[in-house]
Design a protein around this ligand. Structure first.
Ligand code: SF4
Ligand code: SF4
Length: 129
């Protein structure tokens, strides 16, 4: 993932690297390739690289978007009564490993419904005896 993007106009002149006040840009030449590096944690988003680039090659808007990038995707377990998502499969597995009973997939609204349903079943059984 990189917020610093250059387009096909970049000719590797290094004006951006040499003029970055934050040391967020660097480069290395290896065999027949020049690589330009950007460190987002050092970048001040000052736009100086964009201003000095003679080629209009830096897509500075990428540095300003502050967008969210997808980090991971996990499977969800849903409430068995209403279908609301309650926790992830991996969280349920890790909690179940540490408890004698497996964790019931119930949302806060339906957490109480399980004991009540059991109690009602028992009560109707006793009444019929
Ligand atoms: S100043 Fe522009 S053309 Fe020069 S290396 Fe940086 S991005 Fe490429
Ligand atoms: S925005 Fe500023 S700090 Fe970030 S790479 Fe460009 S010149 Fe360096």
């Amino acid at each position: 993932m990189s917020f610093f993007k250059v387009n096909e106009n970049c000719n590797g002149c290094l004006a951006c690297v040499q003029n970055c006040p934050a040391g967020a840009l660097n480069h290395f030449d290896q065999e027949d390739k020049r690589k330009i590096l950007h460190n987002m944690s050092l970048c001040a988003r000052c736009g100086h690289c964009w201003r000095v680039c003679p080629q209009d090659a830096i897509e500075f808007k990428e540095l300003l978007t502050g967008r969210f990038d997808l980090v991971t995707t996990l499977d969800l377990v849903h409430c068995k009564v209403c279908g609301e998502p309650v926790f992830t499969t991996s969280l349920g597995d890790s909690v179940s490993k540490n408890t004698p009973k497996s964790v019931e997939p119930l949302c806060p609204d339906h957490k109480g419904s399980e004991p009540v349903a059991v109690w009602k079943k028992l009560a109707s059984k006793r009444a019929s005896q």
